[in-house]
Design a protein around this ligand. Structure first.
Ligand code: MN
Ligand code: MN
Length: 472
C-alpha cells in the first residue's frame, strides 16, 4: 500500500501533465471568462480592419485616461500615453517607477483578407454583371473565399480631398458582395484537375457588385455606369477615386459561439486581434507598474511586417526613445541602448490548436490543445528553426516562474511537426534591439480562414498572461 502511494507521488512530482482549463478553473473564474468572451465578440463584430481596430482602441483608451504623448511635456510614473502611426498601428503605455527597462506586449491588427485593385471596376457584357478586381492580402487559401457573403471596409479620398469611410455589408439592411464560384456540373475540367491551393486563382478572386443596367442608350457599359452612379450619389466618389483608396474585402458574418456547449468562438480575424484585444484590455488594467509597460499593435504582419506601419519599421525604437527621453530628459544614447538590452517583450501572436481531422501535421506531445491556456513557443520558424527568434532558457524560466507564481494557465507547444511547414512571428524584429522576447498566444483552429475558431478559455488565459507580464 505504502509502496503504491509512493509511486503515485513520484509521478505527480516528476511529470508535467496539464489539464483543460474548463476543469481546473473555479466556477467564478469561468463566469468571468465567459463575460470577457461576450465583450470580445462585440469587438470582433465591430472591428474588421487595422484602421477600425486603432479607432476602437483609441476611443476606449481616451475615456480611460490615456493621452496623446504630444500632450505631455515630461512623463512621470503612472502617466498613461498613446502614439498612433498613420491610423494603422499604435502603442499604448503606462509609465513605471523604474526606467531601467520596458515590458512590452507586441501584437498585430491586420488579418488575411482580399484588397481591391487600384483600377478595379469592369463590366462583363456577356454576363451583364459588374465586377471588382482584387489582390489578396496575406496567406489565404483562396478557394475558402468564394461563395460566401463579403463586406467592403475602408477609406476613399475624393478629388476634393474629402475622406469617405466605407463599410458596406455589415448592417442587416446592407447588400453584401460575393466571389462567384463555378457550379460543380461544369467544373470538372476548369477546376477539377487543379490542386487544392490552386482551386481558385488570384485573378479569379473577383467580386460581384452589380446587375442593373442604366437606362441610357448612349452609354456603352450600362451596368458598370449604374454602379458608378450609385457610388457617386451615395459617397460622392468617381471611378478615379479607387486609385488611392484603402478598400478591404472581409467576411460579412458575425462572431458566433461554436458547439453545443458554447465553449468556442468562430469569427473572422482572431489572428491576431485576439492578442491585440487581450493585450489592450491588459494595458487598460495595468496599475502603477514597476517598469514602463507598453502594448504595441502593428499592421502588415501578414505580408512580412514591411512598410512604415509594420514591425520592421523603426516605430518601436521611435516610441521607446521618445518615452525614455520624456522620463529622463538628460539621458545618453548609450544609456538608452542599455535599457533596450534590459527590456522584456512578449510577441503576442496566435498558434495552431490541434484540429482532430488533420492531426498528422502535429507532434501531439508538442502541440496545443483548445482550452488548455495560452500557448508559449520557445521558438517559431520552420524546419531547422529557420527564421525564428528563440527565447533563452533564462528568459523562458523567468516567464514560466512568473506565470506559475501568478496562477496563469499555459501550455508549451510548437506549431507543427518539424518538417511539416511552419511560420514566423514579429519576435525576431524586436530581438534585433537586444531585448528578451518570447512568443505566446492562444491556439487557433482553421487559422487564416474566413472563420477561425478559438476556445474561450484560451482567450481568458491570454488576457491573464499579458496582464501579469505588463503589471510586473
Ligand atoms: Mn498572426
Ligand atoms: Mn497570421
Amino acid at each position: 500500500m505504502a509502496k503504491k502511494e509512493n509511486k503515485k507521488n513520484i509521478e505527480k512530482e516528476l511529470s508535467a501533465k496539464k489539464e483543460s482549463m474548463w476543469l481546473t478553473l473555479e466556477k467564478k473564474e469561468i463566469d468571468k471568462a465567459m463575460k470577457f468572451a461576450e465583450e470580445y465578440k462585440k469587438f470582433l463584430k465591430e472591428v474588421k480592419t487595422e484602421r477600425e481596430t486603432v479607432e476602437y482602441f483609441l476611443n476606449i483608451a481616451t475615456k480611460k485616461g490615456f493621452k496623446d504623448i504630444k500632450s505631455y511635456k515630461n512623463l512621470k510614473p503612472g502617466d498613461k500615453f498613446y502614439i498612433v502611426n498613420r491610423n494603422k498601428s499604435m502603442a499604448m503605455g503606462v509609465v513605471g517607477k523604474d526606467s531601467s527597462r520596458f515590458d512590452l506586449v507586441v501584437s498585430h491588427i491586420d488579418a488575411p483578407r482580399i484588397d481591391i485593385k487600384p483600377n478595379p471596376l469592369w463590366e462583363d457584357q456577356d454576363a451583364s454583371l459588374a465586377m471588382l478586381k482584387t489582390h489578396y492580402y496575406g496567406g489565404i487559401k483562396k478557394y475558402q473565399w468564394a461563395s460566401r457573403p463579403l463586406a467592403i471596409h475602408g477609406v476613399v479620398y475624393t478629388k476634393s480631398g474629402k475622406k469617405i469611410e466605407i463599410k458596406i455589408g455589415e448592417s442587416p439592411d446592407d447588400p453584401v458582395f460575393v466571389i462567384p464560384d463555378l457550379l460543380p456540373h461544369l467544373a470538372r475540367k476548369a477546376q477539377g484537375d487543379r490542386k487544392l491551393f490552386d482551386g481558385i486563382r488570384g485573378e479569379e478572386l473577383q467580386l460581384l457588385v452589380g446587375n442593373i443596367p442604366i437606362n441610357d442608350e448612349e452609354v456603352k457599359e450600362k451596368v458598370k455606369t449604374q454602379v458608378l452612379k450609385y457610388l457617386n450619389e451615395k459617397y460622392g466618389m468617381v471611378e478615379e477615386d479607387f486609385n488611392s483608396a484603402d478598400l478591404e474585402i472581409v467576411p460579412a458574418h458575425e462572431p458566433r459561439d461554436v458547439g453545443f456547449d458554447r465553449g468556442l468562438i468562430g469569427a473572422y480575424g482572431h489572428d491576431d486581434r485576439i492578442c491585440a484585444y487581450t493585450s489592450f484590455q491588459a494595458i487598460l488594467d495595468v496599475k502603477n507598474p514597476k517598469y514602463t509597460a507598453i502594448s504595441f499593435f502593428y499592421d502588415k504582419e501578414e505580408i512580412g511586417s514591411d512598410g512604415n506601419v509594420g514591425a520592421q519599421s523603426n516605430f518601436l525604437e521611435y516610441v521607446l526613445e521618445k518615452v525614455y527621453s520624456m522620463i529622463n530628459p538628460n539621458y545618453t544614447h548609450t544609456e538608452f541602448l542599455d535599457v533596450l538590452y534590459n527590456s522584456r517583450a512578449i510577441s503576442a501572436d496566435v498558434s495552431a490548436a490541434i484540429n482532430p481531422i488533420y492531426k498528422s501535421v502535429h507532434d501531439i506531445q508538442n502541440a496545443a490543445k483548445a482550452g488548455y491556456g495560452i500557448v508559449i513557443s520557445k521558438y517559431t520558424g520552420h524546419g531547422g528553426k529557420y527564421g525564428s527568434s528563440e527565447a533563452t532558457a533564462e528568459f523562458m524560466h523567468e516567464i514560466l516562474s512568473l506565470f506559475q507564481k501568478k496562477n496563469v494557465p499555459y501550455q508549451i507547444a510548437e506549431l507543427g511537426k518539424v518538417d511539416e511547414g511552419g511560420g514566423g512571428t514579429i519576435a525576431k524584429f524586436f530581438a534585433r534591439y537586444g531585448l528578451d522576447v518570447v512568443d505566446m498566444g492562444p491556439g487557433v483552429i482553421s487559422m487564416h480562414s474566413p472563420y477561425e475558431v478559438i476556445s474561450k478559455m484560451d482567450l481568458w488565459s491570454s488576457y491573464l498572461a499579458y496582464k501579469v507580464f505588463l503589471s510586473q
